[in-house]
Design a protein around this ligand. Structure first.
Ligand SMILES: [Zn+2]
Length: 166
């Protein structure tokens, strides 16, 4: 699947939260890449994953942030936002304003509420607030992931000689 997007190696991998279906490929896809996540995501991964799932910390995020982080891929700024606990305690919302794209991870399911991970610090009231903030701040953003992937992977600067996966 990645080869359909780009033949370049992955340089940056963003984990939107700690659930295994979102971080289970870190050790393979993220090998050689910088893995970035909210600080609570890394804490929860460390607490929940078995040592054999992360031998010597392989697959754990190397970079974390508290409230907001900007990652630059060539000319494209990718915003990582933590708007408080919602689906989990360490959700990241990825915003690519130049492309009008928001990647909400599992905080948003079309037509149904997401699983609320109470055991790991989720917050239903803040989840409602978070969805309202996203709808208010990014009302005209649309699903354009394929176009964005293509643009990110076709950049030619030395900093963008690899692919970013979100
Ligand atoms: Zn999830």
């Amino acid at each position: 699947m990645l080869a359909e997007i780009s033949s370049k190696p992955v340089r940056c991998l963003v984990n939107t939260h700690y659930h295994f279906d979102h971080v289970g490929g870190n050790a393979v896809i993220g090998r050689g890449a910088t893995i970035i996540a909210h600080e609570n995501c890394k804490k929860t991964m460390t607490a929940n994953l078995k040592p054999e799932e992360t031998p010597e910390g392989v697959g754990l995020p190397q970079e974390t942030y508290e409230n907001e982080k900007i990652v630059k891929i060539g000319e494209i700024a990718i915003g990582l936002l933590h708007l408080g606990p919602a689906h989990t305690s360490g959700d990241t919302i990825v915003v690519i304003e130049s492309e009008k794209v928001v990647v909400a991870g599992d905080t948003f399911f079309n037509g149904m509420p997401p699983y609320i991970d109470v055991k790991n610090g989720s917050d239903t009231a803040n989840w409602v607030t978070l969805i309202g903030k996203l709808a208010e701040k990014y009302p005209d953003y649309k699903e354009r992931a394929a176009k964005t992937r293509s643009r990110l992977s076709s950049s030619t600067s030395s900093r963008t000689s690899r692919t970013t996966i979100i």
